[in-house]
Design a protein around this ligand. Structure first.
Ligand SMILES: [Zn+2]
Ligand SMILES: [Zn+2]
Length: 309
């Protein structure tokens, strides 16, 4: 008998996170691993004493069974799962691990959570509330990008401050550098792709004297779903799968430029230097010419030049 609406053999990806105290992360890890194996899900799950962060793919029926079973754990009862297209084929294997942090800020001892989530984080704003805040407070509002700087090269909130970070590990050094002290008494809206990084970042900011910190519920993804390219967001969204970037409408602004020739592009390519592989914005032409398919680092320029002979 066929299913009337959706084929349960179709594939899906689940994205989710939850901050909640986990007394025995190893036990949760073993349970999650067995559950995923039974349901033939692949993907990546991190568990720490502060919560869980996962992306898994499989059949629609098995994904449904997974959400149901996972919500049985008392701390995960209210967990929201974001469904997206794709499936087990998007992930080569299953990896379920215990880590000190579910997002590596290098501050496992500083983060505090209880059953309601992160303690002392920024105030959550729904997409409409972000617009309301800006309508009310105007230029006083500062958008603070909670992602890696390269992600903001192709899209960001209008006039956002983009800290100089290569990985989330760099945030504490940046926040303590004094560069951002001017915004400590201003309304600061932190944002990231789906919201998880700002859960932590906003608490680190508050701990360092930023007085009025907000974070966007569901991150750029949820804001973009609601306002597309007709709100305060500009450009493309960097995504961590093979698509590399996505747009919210057919009229998104193109912010990215080729590091080599300056042509408009939204596509990242790995630097040709095997020892570097840094993701670099390059136009098609520069990316396909070995002499120019480098990240701009002097060493990489040399290797690129040598590869042409
Ligand atoms: Zn180019
Ligand atoms: Zn390089």
């Amino acid at each position: 008998m066929g299913n009337s609406y959706t084929d349960l053999h179709e594939s899906r990806i689940l994205l989710y996170y939850c901050f909640t105290p986990i007394a025995d992360p190893t036990a949760v890890m073993l349970w999650q691993r067995a559950l995923c194996e039974k349901l033939e899900l692949t993907g990546r799950i991190l568990i720490s004493e502060h919560g869980i962060n996962g992306t898994v793919g499989g059949t629609l029926a098995n994904c449904k069974a997974y959400t149901k079973a996972t919500r049985q754990y008392p701390g995960f009862k209210k967990m929201e799962f974001k469904w997206s297209h794709g499936g087990a084929e998007d992930f080569p294997r299953l990896s379920v691990k215990v880590r000190d942090e579910i997002v590596a800020f290098g501050a496992p001892g500083e983060l505090k959570v209880d059953e309601n989530g992160v303690i002392g984080g920024g105030i959550h704003l729904k997409p409409q509330q972000v617009n309301d805040l800006v309508a009310e407070r105007g230029d006083e509002v500062v958008f603070f990008d909670g992602r890696n700087a390269m992600e903001a090269e192709i899209g960001k909130f209008k006039n956002a401050v983009v800290p100089d970070v290569n990985t989330t590990h760099d945030f504490i050094r940046e926040l303590e550098s004094g560069k951002y002290d001017w915004m400590k008494d201003k309304p600061v809206v932190s944002y990231c792709t789906g919201g998880i990084r700002c859960e932590i970042l906003s608490s680190l900011m508050k701990n360092r004297g930023f007085e009025e910190v907000y974070q966007i519920d569901g991150g750029i993804v949820r804001y973009g779903e609601q306002f597309g390219d007709d709100g305060l967001w500009e450009g493309s969204l960097y995504v961590f799968d093979k698509r590399m970037h996505m747009e919210f409408s057919d009229h998104s602004k193109q912010l990215g430029h080729c590091h080599n020739c300056g042509a408009a592009t939204n596509l990242f390519h790995n630097c040709i230097n095997e020892a570097c592989r840094k993701q670099t914005l390059l136009c098609d032409e520069c990316a396909h010419n070995p002499a120019t398919a480098h990240c701009g680092n002097p060493e990489c320029i040399e290797i690129a030049a040598a590869s042409c002979h």
